[in-house]
Design a protein around this ligand. Sequence first.
Ligand SMILES: CC(=O)N[C@H]1[C@@H](OP(=O)(O)OP(=O)(O)OC[C@H]2O[C@@H](n3ccc(=O)[nH]c3=O)[C@H](O)[C@@H]2O)O[C@H](CO)[C@@H](O)[C@@H]1O
Ligand SMILES: C=C(OP(=O)(O)O)C(=O)O
Length: 421
Amino acid sequence: MDKIVIEGGFPLRGDIRISGAKNSAIKLMAVCLLTDQQITLTNMPRLRDTRSMGQLLTHLGVEVGEVGASTMTLHAPKLSSSEAPYDLVRKMRATFNVLGPLLAREEEARVSLPGGCAIGARPVDLHLKALEAMGAKIELEQGYVVASAKGGLRGAEISFPFVSVGATEHALLSAVLAKGETVLMNAAREPEIIDLANCLNAMGAKITGAGRSEVRIEGVAKLGGVEHSVVPDRIEAGTYALAAATAGGSVRLTHVRHDHLGALWPLIAQAGARVSLDDSTVLIERGTGRPNPVDIDTQAYPGFPTDLQAQFMALVGLADGVSIIRENIFENRFMHCPELTRMGADITVRGREAIVRGVPEYVAAPVMATDLRASASLINAGLAARGETHISRVYHLDRGFEHIEVKLGQCGARIKRVPDD
Ligand SMILES: CC(=O)N[C@H]1[C@@H](OP(=O)(O)OP(=O)(O)OC[C@H]2O[C@@H](n3ccc(=O)[nH]c3=O)[C@H](O)[C@@H]2O)O[C@H](CO)[C@@H](O)[C@@H]1O
Ligand SMILES: C=C(OP(=O)(O)O)C(=O)O
């Protein structure tokens, strides 16, 4: 297994090209199950999660091809299995979203309960209730969801008790081929949901309202092929913006949708970095001097994303004052706190809140990545720390950040990947 070694204390200077969004790409890959025509996805990130999703789709009978560095083709003239086994589903969350499309196409499916980052209990009850409302019969058997929908799924009114990105996407994927109209209420409004709906509509689906709380889907009999470009990764962009704000320097992000990070920019500016937004680029500049303390409160989109909470904490950990970070989405998403503390941070966790008393500097230490975004916060802290930080268990990082050490290295970071012994 590899580890990342960073010699910190050097400002970042340069450009970083933002990749396609992991959290969109892996859901978009599942649309191939809904048609016998070819799907071509461009601006695809090369990640462990896209490979894992590719392995699952291959197991189901999909022909998965890679063209150049960032194009993927998916073609499923017919499927060879409707079972998604534990070993292929446990690695990440979104693999579970094949359940609805398999039901829509094969009228039956057996899908393992999902894995993903260990940041909370993460049940799938809302996914299953939505499918049941659409006429699926569902049983749980030894860690598997065994489902059938003889005669196909049918449209339904589904009101989510709280916002769930995964359940909204799963309901969309399931409803496009259902008989009749489906109405989703209290749907998630993330840009990745709009991306999925745009792709499905280009295939012939009839979805209106994606990106709003109420989404309507008029089922169609058949979907065709499509070529679709994956939306830029707002979490990757936010992570590098926060890296520049934490380590100092001047970094220009390119190929960004900065309108997808409206909740982040004012808070980075409040922390003391200069943020310049321009078409598809963002320039982040921070000189010497400590950041200002800033409180954050994670919320569903368009609020502050939980996937940037750990990275923001690494920034305000160096602030001249106290910041309160409230995590509202996942009940156990403070696993980076003990690791940041090993680097000298002063953090007290009380339930859903972390009280971060800024320290003048981080000091390098051996630390362990615990989940995907926690790993990114340790990288950002390592870039600012005095000395050589060693981050182990980087397989978490590889799930969601394409060539992170190359991208940061191009900005002058002294970062390398070495085998861990
Ligand atoms: C692959 C992917 O896109 N992952 C993202 C997705 O995760 P994911 O889709 O899993 O997140 P959800 O929006 O569904 O989860 C929100 C909350 O709802 C709970 N819940 C969810 C479903 C359900 O059936 N029952 C239930 O109780 C979850 O445990 C969590 O506390 O959105 C999260 C919130 O923006 C992000 O942090 C993840 O990076
Ligand atoms: C939590 C994440 O992924 P997953 O939902 O697959 O665990 C993430 O992308 O930050």
